[in-house]
Write a protein that binds this ligand. Sequence first.
Ligand code: ADP
Length: 284
Amino acid sequence: MFRRALEAEAPMQIEKGSPSPGGIPLRIEGVSKTYAGRTGNVEALRPVNLTVEPGEFVCLLGPSGCGKSTLLSIVAGLEEASGGTIWANEQKVTGPGTDRVLLFQEAALFPWLDVLGNVEFGLRQKQLSASERTRIALRFIDLVHLNGFEKSFVHQLSGGMRQRVAIARALAINPAVLLMDEPFGALDALTRDRLYSELEFIWSSTRKTILFVTHNVHEAVALGDRILVFAPRPGRIVSEFRIKLPRPRSLEDHHLVDQAAEILAALKEALGEDEQENSNGQSK
Ligand code: ADP
């Protein structure tokens, strides 16, 4: 129902795909990370190889501590890899850039700016006139269904609305890849379910390439084209699933529920092996 309302109210032309047509938005080649700790090194991430296709929605799924956020931070250019290379739109990543925008669990909005000001903010880095900035910002505020809230301040918005502002702000910059680190983790279940529909709608309208971190199997199956399952100690990818369920997807659909159960079983098996390895290690 919510989707239908969105489609009815926001029929618009949005610039689709990555800024460099035909290019691979994201290539991760042998990227690893080891943190030096006081009691020894932590192998947060074993070498990861991953190519994300234009417009693909890829979920990184696994429990806490298996290196998902570390990988996302390295892709965002906020963390340095211990080994390997990241290519975004065929350019080597050496630091943060507007071609990769990272969204967190808590929408990092500016409380002194209204919704319009927040969405316009990222566009200040581009050489645009003030009226062009406003035109683009309004287009994305419309896309995330916040028409009428342009002049509202952050404290006047619900958690779900704040996340939608953050998504609009990120999309307005037109990054090659949108990086999302458990963006709905702090929201109540009802708001979260509605935002799955909304994100799916936004993604299908813009065909933006998305790398999405979650520990929620149903969330991953509801949203992803592809799911990479991670296991901890050391953080690594243990399996990969392609999700071919038709969209829009419903959490109640039994095909989705079955697929989630299959992935959960794979995850449990990987975690079981992990525990066995650890207990073998301890007994040696
Ligand atoms: P996830 O996102 O899957 O929960 P993280 O990427 O946050 O996992 O963490 C992977 C591993 O790296 C964990 O063991 C974590 O404790 C460790 N780690 C993460 N950041 C740091 C850091 N800055 N210093 C030391 N260890 C870290």
